[in-house]
Design a protein around this ligand. Sequence first.
Ligand code: NAI
Ligand code: MG
Length: 360
Amino acid sequence: MKKKILVMPGDGIGPEITREAVKVLEQAAQKFSLDFELVDGELGGAAIDKHGVPLADTTLALAREVDAILLGAVGGPKWDTLDPAIRPERGLLKLRSELGLFGNLRPALLYPQLAEASSLKPEVVSGLDILIVRELTGGIYFGTPRDTVILDNGERMAYDTLPYKESEIRRIAKVGFDMARLRNKKVCSVDKANVLASSRLWREVVNEVAKDYPDVELSHMYVDNAAMQLVMAPKQFDVIVTENMFGDILSDQASMLTGSIGMLPSASLDSNNKGMYEPSHGSAPDIAGQNLANPLATILSVSMMLRYTFNQLAAADAIEQAVSDVLDQGLRTGDIFSEGMRKVGTVEMGDAVVAALAKL
Ligand code: NAI
Ligand code: MG
Protein backbone atom coordinates (compact mmCIF):
# COMPACT_ATOMS: atom_id res chain seq x y z
CA MET A 1 0.00 0.00 0.00
CA LYS A 2 1.20 3.46 -0.83
CA LYS A 3 2.42 5.37 2.23
CA LYS A 4 2.36 9.14 2.40
CA ILE A 5 5.24 11.18 3.77
CA LEU A 6 5.10 14.92 4.44
CA VAL A 7 8.44 16.57 3.78
CA MET A 8 9.07 19.90 5.52
CA PRO A 9 12.55 21.26 4.77
CA GLY A 10 12.16 24.31 7.02
CA ASP A 11 14.87 26.98 7.32
CA GLY A 12 18.62 27.53 7.22
CA ILE A 13 20.39 24.31 6.27
CA GLY A 14 17.02 22.51 6.42
CA PRO A 15 16.36 22.50 2.66
CA GLU A 16 19.93 21.35 1.88
CA ILE A 17 20.00 18.40 4.28
CA THR A 18 16.40 17.39 3.53
CA ARG A 19 17.16 17.24 -0.20
CA GLU A 20 19.93 14.72 0.44
CA ALA A 21 17.77 12.67 2.82
CA VAL A 22 14.98 12.51 0.23
CA LYS A 23 17.46 11.24 -2.37
CA VAL A 24 18.44 8.46 0.02
CA LEU A 25 14.78 7.68 0.81
CA GLU A 26 14.01 7.40 -2.91
CA GLN A 27 16.98 5.12 -3.46
CA ALA A 28 15.88 2.93 -0.54
CA ALA A 29 12.32 2.83 -1.90
CA GLN A 30 13.57 1.71 -5.28
CA LYS A 31 15.91 -0.90 -3.87
CA PHE A 32 13.40 -2.41 -1.47
CA SER A 33 10.30 -1.89 -3.67
CA LEU A 34 8.58 0.45 -1.23
CA ASP A 35 5.82 2.72 -2.44
CA PHE A 36 5.96 6.23 -0.99
CA GLU A 37 4.19 9.40 -2.03
CA LEU A 38 6.01 12.53 -0.91
CA VAL A 39 4.12 15.76 -0.30
CA ASP A 40 5.70 19.10 0.56
CA GLY A 41 4.79 21.47 3.38
CA GLU A 42 6.16 24.54 5.11
CA LEU A 43 7.08 24.86 8.75
CA GLY A 44 8.79 27.56 10.78
CA GLY A 45 10.24 30.58 9.07
CA ALA A 46 9.37 29.20 5.64
CA ALA A 47 5.73 29.01 6.75
CA ILE A 48 5.82 32.50 8.27
CA ASP A 49 7.09 33.87 4.97
CA LYS A 50 4.40 32.07 2.96
CA HIS A 51 1.38 31.91 5.29
CA GLY A 52 2.13 34.48 8.01
CA VAL A 53 2.15 31.78 10.73
CA PRO A 54 4.77 29.14 11.65
CA LEU A 55 2.28 26.29 11.10
CA ALA A 56 -0.70 26.86 8.82
CA ASP A 57 -3.95 24.98 9.51
CA THR A 58 -3.76 23.40 6.06
CA THR A 59 -0.27 22.07 6.84
CA LEU A 60 -1.41 20.73 10.21
CA ALA A 61 -4.32 18.96 8.47
CA LEU A 62 -1.87 17.43 6.01
CA ALA A 63 0.41 16.39 8.88
CA ARG A 64 -2.50 14.55 10.52
CA GLU A 65 -3.32 12.73 7.32
CA VAL A 66 0.13 11.40 6.36
CA ASP A 67 1.88 8.30 7.73
CA ALA A 68 5.15 10.03 8.61
CA ILE A 69 6.87 13.40 8.50
CA LEU A 70 10.42 14.23 7.50
CA LEU A 71 11.62 17.57 8.83
CA GLY A 72 14.82 19.56 8.28
CA ALA A 73 15.09 22.26 10.95
CA VAL A 74 13.43 25.57 11.70
CA GLY A 75 14.41 29.03 12.89
CA GLY A 76 17.02 31.67 12.21
CA PRO A 77 17.95 35.29 12.83
CA LYS A 78 15.48 36.54 10.23
CA TRP A 79 12.58 35.61 12.53
CA ASP A 80 14.25 36.13 15.94
CA THR A 81 12.64 39.50 16.57
CA LEU A 82 9.09 38.22 16.08
CA ASP A 83 6.66 37.90 18.95
CA PRO A 84 7.37 34.57 20.72
CA ALA A 85 3.86 33.32 19.99
CA ILE A 86 4.50 33.32 16.24
CA ARG A 87 8.19 32.42 16.10
CA PRO A 88 9.32 29.45 13.96
CA GLU A 89 9.95 27.17 16.97
CA ARG A 90 6.35 27.59 18.04
CA GLY A 91 5.23 25.89 14.82
CA LEU A 92 7.38 22.89 15.66
CA LEU A 93 6.12 22.74 19.25
CA LYS A 94 2.53 22.97 18.04
CA LEU A 95 3.06 20.18 15.53
CA ARG A 96 4.58 17.91 18.18
CA SER A 97 1.82 18.55 20.66
CA GLU A 98 -1.12 18.50 18.18
CA LEU A 99 0.04 15.16 16.82
CA GLY A 100 0.79 13.77 20.29
CA LEU A 101 4.41 13.01 19.41
CA PHE A 102 5.47 12.54 23.00
CA GLY A 103 8.22 9.97 22.55
CA ASN A 104 11.46 11.45 21.30
CA LEU A 105 14.18 8.92 20.56
CA ARG A 106 17.68 10.31 20.23
CA PRO A 107 20.32 7.67 19.74
CA ALA A 108 23.92 8.69 20.34
CA LEU A 109 26.09 6.19 18.57
CA LEU A 110 29.77 6.59 17.90
CA TYR A 111 30.74 5.32 14.49
CA PRO A 112 34.17 3.76 15.02
CA GLN A 113 35.43 5.69 11.98
CA LEU A 114 34.75 8.94 13.87
CA ALA A 115 36.58 8.15 17.11
CA GLU A 116 39.01 10.93 16.17
CA ALA A 117 36.22 13.48 15.80
CA SER A 118 34.98 13.01 19.36
CA SER A 119 36.22 15.54 21.87
CA LEU A 120 36.75 12.72 24.37
CA LYS A 121 39.50 10.11 24.56
CA PRO A 122 38.90 7.02 22.40
CA GLU A 123 38.84 4.70 25.42
CA VAL A 124 36.04 6.75 26.97
CA VAL A 125 33.81 6.77 23.89
CA SER A 126 34.74 3.82 21.68
CA GLY A 127 31.74 1.52 21.27
CA LEU A 128 29.38 4.16 22.66
CA ASP A 129 25.74 3.36 21.91
CA ILE A 130 23.17 5.08 24.09
CA LEU A 131 19.58 6.06 23.54
CA ILE A 132 18.08 9.17 25.06
CA VAL A 133 14.31 8.94 25.38
CA ARG A 134 13.05 12.47 25.85
CA GLU A 135 9.49 13.40 26.79
CA LEU A 136 8.45 15.83 24.09
CA THR A 137 4.98 17.23 24.64
CA GLY A 138 4.96 18.19 28.31
CA GLY A 139 7.03 19.97 30.91
CA ILE A 140 8.37 23.47 30.88
CA TYR A 141 8.02 24.00 27.11
CA PHE A 142 4.26 23.71 27.47
CA GLY A 143 3.66 25.07 30.99
CA THR A 144 1.28 27.96 31.59
CA PRO A 145 1.19 30.89 32.00
CA ARG A 146 3.27 31.32 28.91
CA ASP A 147 4.96 34.24 27.20
CA THR A 148 4.09 36.30 30.26
CA VAL A 149 6.20 39.10 31.65
CA ILE A 150 4.56 40.93 34.54
CA LEU A 151 5.55 43.78 36.78
CA ASP A 152 6.28 42.75 40.33
CA ASN A 153 6.81 45.81 42.54
CA GLY A 154 7.97 47.71 39.48
CA GLU A 155 10.40 44.98 38.47
CA ARG A 156 9.92 42.82 35.36
CA MET A 157 9.24 39.20 36.14
CA ALA A 158 8.62 36.23 33.83
CA TYR A 159 7.06 32.82 34.42
CA ASP A 160 7.84 29.32 33.26
CA THR A 161 6.23 26.32 34.89
CA LEU A 162 7.07 22.65 34.69
CA PRO A 163 3.89 20.56 34.90
CA TYR A 164 3.73 16.79 34.46
CA LYS A 165 0.74 14.51 34.71
CA GLU A 166 1.10 10.96 35.88
CA SER A 167 -0.21 9.67 32.54
CA GLU A 168 2.41 11.66 30.63
CA ILE A 169 5.20 10.23 32.77
CA ARG A 170 3.87 6.68 32.56
CA ARG A 171 3.69 6.56 28.76
CA ILE A 172 7.21 7.92 28.22
CA ALA A 173 8.62 5.63 30.92
CA LYS A 174 7.06 2.69 29.06
CA VAL A 175 8.79 3.78 25.86
CA GLY A 176 12.08 3.84 27.76
CA PHE A 177 11.60 0.35 29.20
CA ASP A 178 10.36 -1.08 25.88
CA MET A 179 13.41 0.32 24.11
CA ALA A 180 15.72 -1.05 26.81
CA ARG A 181 14.25 -4.51 26.24
CA LEU A 182 15.42 -4.32 22.63
CA ARG A 183 18.88 -3.22 23.78
CA ASN A 184 20.96 -3.84 26.92
CA LYS A 185 18.06 -3.86 29.39
CA LYS A 186 19.16 -0.85 31.44
CA VAL A 187 17.16 2.32 32.07
CA CYS A 188 18.51 5.38 33.82
CA SER A 189 15.76 7.84 34.67
CA VAL A 190 17.08 11.38 34.95
CA ASP A 191 15.32 14.00 37.07
CA LYS A 192 15.87 16.67 39.69
CA ALA A 193 13.83 15.04 42.44
CA ASN A 194 15.87 16.73 45.18
CA VAL A 195 14.41 20.08 44.10
CA LEU A 196 11.38 19.76 41.83
CA ALA A 197 7.93 18.42 42.71
CA SER A 198 7.38 17.34 39.10
CA SER A 199 10.59 15.30 39.34
CA ARG A 200 9.49 13.60 42.56
CA LEU A 201 6.30 12.51 40.81
CA TRP A 202 8.39 11.49 37.82
CA ARG A 203 10.53 9.19 39.98
CA GLU A 204 7.51 7.69 41.73
CA VAL A 205 5.72 6.88 38.48
CA VAL A 206 8.87 5.49 36.82
CA ASN A 207 9.27 3.16 39.84
CA GLU A 208 5.67 2.01 39.38
CA VAL A 209 6.17 1.32 35.67
CA ALA A 210 9.39 -0.57 36.44
CA LYS A 211 7.36 -3.25 38.25
CA ASP A 212 6.11 -4.42 34.84
CA TYR A 213 9.69 -4.76 33.60
CA PRO A 214 11.51 -6.93 36.14
CA ASP A 215 14.01 -7.92 33.44
CA VAL A 216 15.15 -4.31 33.01
CA GLU A 217 17.57 -2.74 35.47
CA LEU A 218 16.42 0.71 36.62
CA SER A 219 18.54 3.45 38.16
CA HIS A 220 17.79 7.11 38.94
CA MET A 221 20.13 10.02 38.57
CA TYR A 222 19.89 13.75 39.16
CA VAL A 223 20.31 15.72 35.96
CA ASP A 224 23.41 17.61 37.09
CA ASN A 225 25.17 14.37 37.93
CA ALA A 226 23.94 12.85 34.66
CA ALA A 227 25.57 15.71 32.76
CA MET A 228 28.83 14.95 34.54
CA GLN A 229 28.59 11.18 34.10
CA LEU A 230 27.85 11.61 30.39
CA VAL A 231 31.28 13.07 29.77
CA MET A 232 33.11 11.08 32.43
CA ALA A 233 31.86 7.56 31.74
CA PRO A 234 29.19 7.67 29.01
CA LYS A 235 29.31 3.94 28.33
CA GLN A 236 27.64 3.20 31.68
CA PHE A 237 24.33 4.22 30.05
CA ASP A 238 22.03 2.21 27.84
CA VAL A 239 18.67 4.03 27.79
CA ILE A 240 18.25 7.41 29.47
CA VAL A 241 14.65 8.46 29.98
CA THR A 242 14.00 12.04 30.97
CA GLU A 243 11.70 15.05 30.78
CA ASN A 244 11.53 17.49 27.92
CA MET A 245 14.13 20.14 28.75
CA PHE A 246 16.65 17.84 30.46
CA GLY A 247 16.44 15.59 27.39
CA ASP A 248 16.97 18.53 25.06
CA ILE A 249 20.14 19.57 26.85
CA LEU A 250 21.57 16.11 27.56
CA SER A 251 21.07 14.99 23.96
CA ASP A 252 23.01 17.97 22.60
CA GLN A 253 25.72 17.11 25.09
CA ALA A 254 25.66 13.44 24.09
CA SER A 255 26.00 14.46 20.45
CA MET A 256 29.49 15.71 21.14
CA LEU A 257 30.55 12.28 22.35
CA THR A 258 29.79 11.01 18.86
CA GLY A 259 31.83 13.62 17.07
CA SER A 260 29.21 16.04 15.80
CA ILE A 261 25.62 17.04 16.25
CA GLY A 262 25.50 16.59 12.48
CA MET A 263 25.47 12.82 13.09
CA LEU A 264 22.45 12.65 15.41
CA PRO A 265 19.05 11.61 14.07
CA SER A 266 15.80 11.61 16.01
CA ALA A 267 12.34 10.14 15.94
CA SER A 268 9.28 11.64 17.61
CA LEU A 269 6.56 9.05 17.99
CA ASP A 270 2.92 8.96 19.05
CA SER A 271 1.34 5.94 20.71
CA ASN A 272 0.78 4.26 17.31
CA ASN A 273 4.32 4.79 16.04
CA LYS A 274 3.29 7.46 13.63
CA GLY A 275 6.30 9.68 13.67
CA MET A 276 8.10 12.82 12.77
CA TYR A 277 11.77 12.36 11.89
CA GLU A 278 14.36 15.09 12.05
CA PRO A 279 18.01 15.67 12.88
CA SER A 280 18.67 16.62 16.51
CA HIS A 281 20.36 19.83 15.46
CA GLY A 282 18.90 23.18 14.45
CA SER A 283 18.94 25.21 11.26
CA ALA A 284 22.62 26.22 11.60
CA PRO A 285 22.22 29.67 10.01
CA ASP A 286 25.99 30.19 10.29
CA ILE A 287 26.64 27.61 7.55
CA ALA A 288 23.35 27.73 5.62
CA GLY A 289 23.40 27.85 1.83
CA GLN A 290 27.10 26.99 1.57
CA ASN A 291 27.00 23.23 0.94
CA LEU A 292 28.77 22.76 4.30
CA ALA A 293 26.11 21.03 6.41
CA ASN A 294 26.42 17.39 7.31
CA PRO A 295 23.32 15.63 5.94
CA LEU A 296 23.96 12.35 7.78
CA ALA A 297 21.76 13.13 10.81
CA THR A 298 18.82 13.68 8.48
CA ILE A 299 19.69 10.64 6.38
CA LEU A 300 19.86 8.53 9.56
CA SER A 301 16.48 10.00 10.53
CA VAL A 302 15.09 8.46 7.33
CA SER A 303 16.50 5.14 8.50
CA MET A 304 14.66 5.59 11.82
CA MET A 305 11.45 6.35 9.88
CA LEU A 306 11.76 3.10 7.94
CA ARG A 307 12.43 1.24 11.19
CA TYR A 308 9.85 2.68 13.57
CA THR A 309 6.92 3.82 11.44
CA PHE A 310 7.13 1.53 8.41
CA ASN A 311 8.75 -1.52 10.02
CA GLN A 312 11.09 -1.88 7.02
CA LEU A 313 14.04 -3.15 8.98
CA ALA A 314 16.14 -4.31 6.05
CA ALA A 315 15.86 -0.92 4.37
CA ALA A 316 16.62 0.86 7.65
CA ASP A 317 19.70 -1.30 8.25
CA ALA A 318 20.85 -0.74 4.67
CA ILE A 319 20.86 3.04 5.09
CA GLU A 320 22.91 2.73 8.27
CA GLN A 321 25.31 0.44 6.45
CA ALA A 322 25.59 2.90 3.55
CA VAL A 323 26.44 5.71 5.99
CA SER A 324 29.10 3.53 7.58
CA ASP A 325 30.45 2.72 4.11
CA VAL A 326 30.91 6.36 3.13
CA LEU A 327 32.72 6.97 6.41
CA ASP A 328 34.92 3.98 5.56
CA GLN A 329 35.65 5.67 2.23
CA GLY A 330 37.06 8.58 4.23
CA LEU A 331 34.42 11.12 3.20
CA ARG A 332 33.86 13.84 5.80
CA THR A 333 31.90 17.07 5.97
CA GLY A 334 33.67 19.87 7.85
CA ASP A 335 32.09 19.12 11.23
CA ILE A 336 33.55 15.58 11.31
CA PHE A 337 36.71 16.25 9.37
CA SER A 338 40.07 15.03 10.63
CA GLU A 339 43.56 14.82 9.13
CA GLY A 340 43.95 12.48 6.18
CA MET A 341 40.25 12.35 5.32
CA ARG A 342 38.55 13.74 2.22
CA LYS A 343 36.51 16.86 2.85
CA VAL A 344 33.19 16.91 0.98
CA GLY A 345 30.11 19.09 0.88
CA THR A 346 26.48 18.34 1.68
CA VAL A 347 25.59 17.24 -1.85
CA GLU A 348 28.66 15.04 -2.33
CA MET A 349 27.98 13.32 0.99
CA GLY A 350 24.34 12.67 0.01
CA ASP A 351 25.39 11.36 -3.41
CA ALA A 352 27.94 9.05 -1.80
CA VAL A 353 25.34 7.54 0.53
CA VAL A 354 22.96 7.01 -2.41
CA ALA A 355 25.75 5.29 -4.36
CA ALA A 356 26.77 3.14 -1.38
CA LEU A 357 23.14 2.13 -0.87
CA ALA A 358 22.74 1.22 -4.53
CA LYS A 359 25.82 -1.00 -4.30
CA LEU A 360 24.71 -3.01 -1.25
P1 NAI B 1 22.24 24.54 15.68
O1 NAI B 1 22.07 23.10 16.03
O2 NAI B 1 21.51 25.04 14.51
O3 NAI B 1 23.79 24.85 15.48
C1 NAI B 1 24.75 24.66 16.52
C2 NAI B 1 26.14 24.52 15.89
O4 NAI B 1 26.23 23.25 15.26
C3 NAI B 1 26.41 25.56 14.81
O5 NAI B 1 27.77 25.90 14.86
C4 NAI B 1 26.14 24.82 13.52
O6 NAI B 1 26.86 25.27 12.42
C5 NAI B 1 26.51 23.40 13.88
N1 NAI B 1 25.68 22.41 13.14
C6 NAI B 1 24.40 22.12 13.36
N2 NAI B 1 23.97 21.22 12.48
C7 NAI B 1 25.01 20.92 11.68
C8 NAI B 1 25.19 20.06 10.56
N3 NAI B 1 24.20 19.29 10.08
N4 NAI B 1 26.39 20.02 9.98
C9 NAI B 1 27.41 20.77 10.44
N5 NAI B 1 27.31 21.60 11.49
C10 NAI B 1 26.12 21.69 12.10
O7 NAI B 1 21.82 25.36 17.00
P2 NAI B 1 21.74 26.95 17.22
O8 NAI B 1 22.83 27.63 16.49
O9 NAI B 1 21.60 27.11 18.66
O10 NAI B 1 20.35 27.38 16.58
C11 NAI B 1 20.19 27.89 15.27
C12 NAI B 1 18.70 28.00 14.96
O11 NAI B 1 18.12 26.70 14.94
C13 NAI B 1 17.91 28.79 16.00
O12 NAI B 1 16.97 29.56 15.33
C14 NAI B 1 17.26 27.73 16.83
O13 NAI B 1 16.09 28.15 17.43
C15 NAI B 1 16.97 26.66 15.80
N6 NAI B 1 16.84 25.32 16.32
C16 NAI B 1 15.92 24.53 15.70
C17 NAI B 1 15.76 23.22 16.08
C18 NAI B 1 14.79 22.39 15.32
O14 NAI B 1 14.33 22.78 14.26
N7 NAI B 1 14.47 21.21 15.78
C19 NAI B 1 16.56 22.62 17.16
C20 NAI B 1 17.59 23.51 17.69
C21 NAI B 1 17.69 24.81 17.28
MG1 MG C 1 17.88 21.14 21.14
